[in-house]
Design a protein around this ligand. Sequence first.
Ligand SMILES: *[C@@H]1O[C@H](CO)[C@@H](O)[C@H](O)[C@H]1NC(C)=O
Length: 387
Amino acid sequence: MTWRVVLFVLLVSHLIIQFGMCQKVEPDPKTKAEKRNGKSKSGKGSEKTSASKTKVKTTPETPKEAQTYLTQVVNKGRFQKVADTLTVRAGETLELRCKGNPVQWAVPAYLEEDDEGRLRTVQHERYGTLILVNTTAADTGEFTCYPMYCEDKDCRKQYDKSVKVYIFFSDPQELFVPSADYYEVIQLRTNWPTVLPCQVTSPQAKVSLHQEFPPMEVNVDGREISFDVKKGFTIHRPKQYHAGSLYCEASLGNLRQSSTKYMLIYVNYPAAPPFPAIQASSDTVAVGHNLQVTCTVIGEQDVLVDFTWEYPGQKIGRPLHTLDNVQTVQVDGQNRQRTQITLLVDEVREVDHGTYTCTAQNLQGSRSASTTVKVQSAQTTTKPKKP
Ligand SMILES: *[C@@H]1O[C@H](CO)[C@@H](O)[C@H](O)[C@H]1NC(C)=O
């Protein structure tokens, strides 16, 4: 019983964090890396031999090669050209060579973050090498070599010449790339593909997708849900009914293992940013009178819209005083949500003259609308009419 309560609290707090972050919805690869590692490192000051920071030797001219390729150094002095995937037994040493001077390497985020001195890159005259020792199943992922183009000290990656290889570090005890978490919370957003990243350590493993309550295997038809041995399962157009607790199961030989659990939470994700309309109670107000500026957004239902204001009185520290109202309205026979926020400017002063801007934001982005309000000083209002 208690763990359910704990889980619920965790889910709710996670949701709050997710909403709070608004735009930031993609998982940070570094966070993932930390999870794999089971450690969380704070601060960024501890990187040393991370591959992307390879010493870049500059040579005045880079010979233009038609094709880049990667080779794996198998035994001493034996090379093997690698295809787009490669399987290395966990524990063994990986050594890759990539033609070019200089070259830069990109490695799975987990390794980049914390390789514990297991990763080394060396630049030779005609090629660069990457050596990874004491490999583990967690090192599984994509390794990329970028030949660099240099002009004097200024080098840039030649993306068109990059070569990638996805490397499985197979471990007879670990069919899934390990994760330190018992479960992972994943947002399902309307019409946005969602990935359940249960990556396997062997391309031969048979992988299936399962729902926890009620227990059953989820049908993977390749269209609504598909599987990629390098990525995991993708739900292409998430719907409310995909929400719940899911996990992957892998089998190879007589070994059968379950992945981390994925808590899929459905979020009604807006199709577009909000389009606010702004209107002042009057274009011209006399000093001492009250002014209201209303910002209105009509959009999809159950989508949260946040508003921020910019107004002339901010300069003199006029506090932000607003009223809001959310209603369901009918637009072209459809239920829409009308969110309205009114900025109250009491006892207008001359400094309140100027441009009022409201910015509305939802998970898709933000848009602003402005209007200008004139303030008439007491003098002008009592100006006698022309004879
Ligand atoms: C690799 O593992 C061996 C044996 O456990 C250990 O002695 C060595 O220090 C490790 N090397 C690195 C770079 O972690």
